[in-house]
Write a protein that binds this ligand. Structure first.
Ligand code: ZN
Length: 301
């Protein structure tokens, strides 16, 4: 067996962590295989082809619409596909991703189209919608529960196996870069989803871009780190509101490494995503009466 396929439970032989290519660095991501159910398809075509040889995959559960989680859909055309209603449109029609990333008529639009082509992402039809509390009975014993965890995208779902207390968290990814840089993201929902998952009884978690994390205490620590990254972003943004009378505009916060502490080769995209994420913080500050939006910009209340 190949080393990207890792059994997760000693008691139940049908649960595997499937590590994405390049340690699941974008544009790849990790998957969970449980019986004949696969969560997400972004491990890479090479990995997916090998996996299919060892294990039949009859059901594909998609955590959300992002390209790095659905790129292998075209290799599983005989399986049944599942996702939440709110993420269905860009999975069935990939071009709909462009406005969701707010990149229409920017150089990134062309780059994204090229990436979609390189990854060979194809439209697929969703057979069944999933919802909070749905249970997939898998084999004799396993019961995989759907947790509706919006924020990263509007229809993001995590999955929790009740017997083993193993969870797959999609892009509540416990990485250094919590992400909410698409127009359908919502920071307050994201933080509520994180808090909710954190309070589950968890033995093992796997995420879209981090390896396996084992043990309740270690998992809790990782959640706290993840939450603190978002809080630090809150603080960095609020530090621009130093004078009560001086309004702050979105442009004052552009290109300032507030979210991405270092821009990479993908700087053009990062600057757009960063601004969208800052906007999500500002929306949160407005909803919680910390700032208000006035004619000349945002003002501290
Ligand atoms: Zn994502």
């Amino acid at each position: 067996m190949d080393d990207f396929i890792q059994p997760l439970s000693e008691d139940f032989s049908e649960i595997f962590f499937i590590q994405g290519k390049n340690r699941a660095k974008y544009p790849y991501s990790n998957s969970l295989l449980i019986g004949d159910h696969l969560i997400d398809t972004g491990v890479s075509p090479q990995h997916l082809r090998k996996l299919k040889k060892f294990y039949p995959i009859n059901h594909v559960l998609l955590s959300h619409w992002h390209e790095d989680h659905i790129s292998g859909n075209f290799l599983l055309e005989n399986a049944k596909f599942y996702c939440h209603l709110k993420d269905k449109i860009p999975i069935e029609d990939i071009q709909k991703m462009i406005p969701l990333y707010n990149v229409r008529n920017t150089p990134i639009e062309e780059e994204l189209r090229k990436l979609i082509e390189i990854l060979k992402i194809q439209n697929i039809k969703i057979d069944t919608l999933i919802n909070e509390g749905d249970i997939f009975n898998i084999g004799e014993d396993l019961r995989l529960k759907v947790l509706f965890t919006p924020g990263h995208t509007a229809g993001h779902c995590a999955f929790y196996e009740l017997k083993t207390k193993i969870a797959f968290l999609g892009d509540i990814d416990l990485s250094k870069y919590p992400y909410y840089g698409n127009t359908d993201a919502n920071l307050e929902d994201f933080e509520n989803s994180i808090a909710r998952i954190k309070n589950l009884d968890l033995n093992i978690v796997a995420t879209g871009h981090r390896g396996v994390i084992e043990g309740g205490k270690k998992i809790l620590e990782e959640f706290e780190k993840y939450e603190s990254i978002i809080q630090e972003r809150d603080e960095r943004i609020l530090s621009y509101f130093s004078e009560r009378e001086r309004p702050v505009n979105l442009n004052d916060l552009k290109n300032k490494n507030i979210i991405y502490r270092k821009y990479t080769a993908f700087k053009d995209f990062e600057v757009i995503a960063e601004l969208l994420m800052i906007k999500k913080h500002l929306e949160k500050f407005q909803n919680t009466d910390i700032i208000s939006e006035e004619k000349n910009g945002y003002l501290l209340l």
